[in-house]
Design a protein around this ligand. Structure first.
Ligand SMILES: [Cu+2]
Length: 361
């Protein structure tokens, strides 16, 4: 784990421990209810609730990837097919020396259902359930070498993703500054054995288990940790969040997804009592896969456990709307990658958008 994130974990655990064990002053919960009292909708677990409050939410998130990168440079399908080494290469066994299937486009749509409940002003509990739909387009090059394109194909998967349960613990709350820590567990409810039809360089059309990015879950219990800060003064709001997901152990298919760490910071500006605008920078770091599913082997980058790690920075703009009555909220956010560094070749992130509805009482 990178030292920065290890330090963040240590601070979060210390703060939560000190807050639960210590006889410190009771946190006074914030009374702000403006549109900007929630972070941009792409930020999860950004706020806590008062004792007895319950909130239901639905988010739709859509993400597009297009083309490929190696490191931070674009790489064409032909370059990949002629020069990117295939780790499964076994001449004579039908496994070519280079990657011969190249992903060209990917979309992921996610329906996220959430519920939050605060048994006390100190603690808010949160559960999230996802339904995921993935689609990936590919070009297949003919035979073990050369630049002849044999054809294209699309694979699709859909189903329930992993489910998360977490506790958000208020650490401190003045009227200007609010802090809370998050500790949670992601449950392996998403499938790991999705299959679909492919086109091989030998011009056959089998339906094997699909590569890692097309599977729906991690297959492991994952520890989730985070720290969130939010502040406001007049019409301006700002905040930041660190969140990590660290898989515990190995899944039934003999691998572990890489640790994922996110850092984000935002500013918001209230236009009136109902509407606020936001701008947000976020950074994601994800490690490569440890281990390997023996049923995932194909001359394609997505089947390689060492071509899954990346670091990416996104810039997003958003809008929060609080309906009259203060119970319903509607928010949208649109983000675009501004820098990416991948263990390539790997697909390039293009843009993502989230629309969400929240209802609290
Ligand atoms: Cu909530």
């Amino acid at each position: 784990m990178r030292p920065l994130y290890a330090a963040a974990w240590a601070i979060a655990i210390l703060l939560v421990g000190a807050n639960i064990v210590g006889a410190n002053t009771h946190a006074s919960t914030s009374t702000s209810t403006g549109p900007d009292s929630h972070a941009p909708i792409g930020v999860m677990g950004d706020h806590t609730h008062h004792e007895g409050e319950i909130m239901f939410s639905y988010r739709f998130m859509t993400m597009r990837m297009s083309g490929n990168l190696d490191g931070s440079s674009s790489v064409s399908p032909t370059e990949i097919a002629t020069s990117a080494p295939n780790r499964f290469s076994a001449p004579g066994m039908g496994m070519p020396p280079t990657l011969r299937v190249v992903p060209t486009e990917m979309t992921m749509d996610m329906h996220m259902f959430g519920v939050m409940y605060a048994p006390s002003d100190r603690v808010t509990l949160m559960a999230m359930l996802n339904y995921v739909e993935k689609e990936m387009d590919h070009t297949t090059f003919m035979g073990p070498m050369g630049t002849t394109r044999l054809g294209t194909f699309t694979t699709k998967t859909s189903g329930i993703g992993d489910t998360s349960l977490s506790a958000l613990i208020n650490l401190s709350d003045s009227h200007v500054h609010r802090w809370h820590a998050t500790l949670g567990l992601s449950l392996p409810t998403g499938s790991l054995d999705e299959e679909d039809q492919i086109l091989t360089p030998m011009n056959t059309r089998p339906s094997p288990r699909l590569p890692y990015p097309m599977q729906l879950g991690s297959g492991t219990y994952d520890l989730m940790g985070g720290l969130t800060y939010a502040g406001s003064q007049g019409a301006w709001g700002w905040g930041g969040q660190w969140q990590s997901v660290v898989p515990l152990g190995e899944n039934d298919e003999d691998y572990t997804l890489g640790d994922q760490h996110k850092l984000t910071g935002w500013i918001s500006r209230r236009l009136n009592d109902r509407l606020s605008l936001s701008a947000r920078l976020s950074r994601i770091d994800r490690d490569n896969i440890d281990g390997m599913d023996p049923l995932i082997l194909a001359p394609v980058q997505t089947a390689d456990p060492d071509r899954q790690g990346f670091a990416r920075t996104d810039l997003s703009i958003g809008l929060n709307f609080l309906f009259p009555g203060d119970a319903h909220r509607l928010a949208v956010e649109f983000g675009k990658a501004i820098s990416q560094d991948v263990d390539g070749p790997q697909m390039e992130s293009d843009w993502q958008a989230t629309i969400g509805w929240q209802w609290a009482r």
